[in-house]
Unconditional design. Structure first.
Ligand SMILES: N[C@@H](CCC[C@H](N)C(=O)O)C(=O)O
Length: 291
């Protein structure tokens, strides 16, 4: 199959974006994996497939596949690239754009400064909705959030806060992201049996009440230069731990994301994320037949 694609990045989290507004390309999971492969395909952390509106009140839908081929619910950096894409391609002039992703519906706006702001929806803390199996575990409370001791296969323990931003996250505090065991603990947390849908593992360093540093070992993609939903999850966690204010700059290896969240008694206010979204190049490629 011969396809056209656009390569994009948001804070260094990179995407192959496919136009499926005239009909699905019908790619298999193996073909998504091949496209994401940095040696044999194009190379990307995620593949975004842009589709027409699925119904009233919505302008588009897009699908997200991780580099391992699995379909996922939500992608913050991808959301910003999506809205840049539909505007640059002349697929819409609407601003904001309302879009359906697997997680639900989100709204995205292009700002005058070229950055994009996304209403990422509300975080979810109910353990069964993350999902996280806490049976038999004893948590400790810090601020107004629980921290769970996760016994790792190599004998280490990670103290994680768990939540969903539409996709699952486990966030732990570290003294310094440069020396944090991201590549050692990341895969062990991602595949930990207490997370039946696997999980994105965040390593959060608090710099001050308005600045953090973050590394994320992503489910299905490994460590990426930035993770948008991971940044939202980390800031929400930091706020509930009592360590952060309502507006925080998240410094990642790929750039800065600004996250805003006002906690309420029900903890159900939406999280807003602002950051860059850039087209890198356009291309065409023959995708091999793969099941
Ligand atoms: N890079 C993304 C998140 C992509 C999905 C994630 N790896 C998952 O499996 O949930 C972001 O910017 O949020």
């Amino acid at each position: 199959m011969h396809i056209r694609f656009t390569k994009m990045q948001g804070a260094g989290n990179d995407f192959v974006v496919l136009d499926e507004t005239r009909g699905p390309l019908g790619l298999s999971h193996a073909q998504y994996r091949w496209l994401a492969d940095r040696h044999f395909g194009v190379g990307a952390d995620q593949i975004l497939s842009v589709r027409p509106s699925p119904g009233p009140g919505l302008d588009f839908e897009y699908l997200i596949h991780n580099a391992d081929g699995g379909e996922v619910e939500h992608c913050g950096n991808g959301a910003r690239c999506f809205v840049r894409y539909v505007h640059d391609k002349g697929l819409t002039t609407l601003n904001p754009v309302r879009v359906k992703v697997k997680q639900g519906e989100i709204s995205l706006a292009l700002n005058h400064d070229g950055r994009v702001t996304v209403d990422m929806g509300a975080p979810v803390f109910a353990l069964e909705r993350v999902p996280f199996d806490a049976s038999g575990l004893v948590s400790t409370t810090m601020g107004n959030v629980e921290r769970w001791p996760l016994a790792l296969p190599d004998g280490d323990e990670a103290l994680v806060c768990v939540l969903s931003m539409g996709n699952p996250h486990a966030v732990q505090l570290v003294d310094n992201v440069d020396t944090a065991p991201v590549l050692v603990q990341g895969p062990q947390i991602e595949w930990h049996p207490r997370f039946p849908a696997r999980v994105n593992a965040g390593f959060l360093q608090i710099v001050n009440r308005g600045q953090v540093r973050l590394r994320v070992y992503e489910r299905g993609a490994g460590e990426t230069l930035a993770c948008g939903t991971g940044a939202c999850a980390a800031v929400v966690t930091g706020i509930r731990l009592g360590l952060l204010d309502a507006k925080v700059d998240v410094h990642t290896h790929g750039g800065v994301l600004t996250i805003e969240w006002v906690d309420t008694p029900a903890h159900d206010a939406p999280v807003f994320m602002t950051g860059p979204a850039t087209t890198v190049f356009e291309g065409e490629i023959d995708v091999p037949d793969l099941d």
